[in-house]
Design a protein around this ligand. Structure first.
Ligand code: SF4
Ligand code: SF4
Length: 232
């Protein structure tokens, strides 16, 4: 019995000695793989996209002073959004797309353009993520990248509104309506409601300008969007 145990131990010792030799041989012959450049066009494209994706997330972080990773996708924002029903993608999913680097899906969606900036989402967020501000930044980035905006009339409304602020320093409804109609060529849309609004004093014929219009213009000059900085 003792003899058999001794033989077994000896055999084990021999085996482990052989295994050790084999391992050393393998280690000596091992050539570590050298990192190679991406082989296919798809890999090239993915690498380029990943770089671009990160930069878009960074740009949004810089514009909003909040990290997109703060959102942990609880969905409370979308549950309270009054225009969620009309959006292609839920507001929290736009954040998720940016987090994942799927920037084309995020920027091409109509969601940022349908966002009314009501701040419901921002006030409901348990992690204090300002989703309304995030949506603003997504729209801005989309314009900078030259993304074709599906909701053209909404973009025209934004432009018409900002033109009034730029020229008068505050909103001028008649100018806004005229500007919007010229941009969209929807000349007769809602035209029947104008007389009633004039009678009730909701529309004033002449604009009320702020005193320091020059400062307002300077703000516009400093903050104007530089198009196609890095196209998609
Ligand atoms: S409520 Fe806040 S944390 Fe939750 S999904 Fe919306 S943005 Fe993200
Ligand atoms: S700010 Fe925009 S995304 Fe947020 S609840 Fe309002 S409409 Fe929805």
């Amino acid at each position: 019995m003792i003899c058999r145990e001794a033989q077994t131990r000896k055999a084990d010792k021999n085996m482990s000695g052989n295994a050790l030799k084999d391992t050393k041989k393998l280690q000596a012959s091992f050539v570590p793989p050298t990192p190679s450049a991406p082989d296919t066009a798809q890999e090239h494209s993915e690498t380029a996209n990943q770089k671009h994706i990160r930069s878009i997330a960074d740009e949004i972080t810089e514009k909003t002073f909040q990290n997109v990773s703060l959102c942990y996708q609880c969905g409370k924002c979308s549950a309270g959004c009054p225009v969620r029903f009309y959006m292609e993608v839920a507001p929290n999913k736009i954040v998720r797309l940016i987090q994942l680097g799927l920037y084309e899906e995020a920027l091409n969606s109509n969601t940022p353009w349908l966002c009314a900036g009501c701040l419901t989402c921002s006030t409901r967020c348990p992690n204090s993520f300002d989703l309304a501000k995030f949506m603003d930044a997504v729209r801005e980035v989309a314009l900078e990248k030259g993304v074709e905006v599906g909701e053209r009339d909404i973009l025209n409304f934004h432009k018409a509104f900002l033109d009034q602020i730029k020229h008068h320093g505050r909103s001028y409804e008649v100018g806004l309506v005229a500007d919007y109609k010229m941009r969209t060529l929807n000349l007769l849309q809602d035209v029947d409601s104008a007389p009633g609004m004039f009678v009730k004093g909701k529309l004033s014929v002449l604009p009320h300008n702020v005193k320091d219009k020059k400062s307002v213009k300077e703000i516009f000059e400093k903050t104007s969007i530089k198009k196609n900085q890095t196209p998609l």
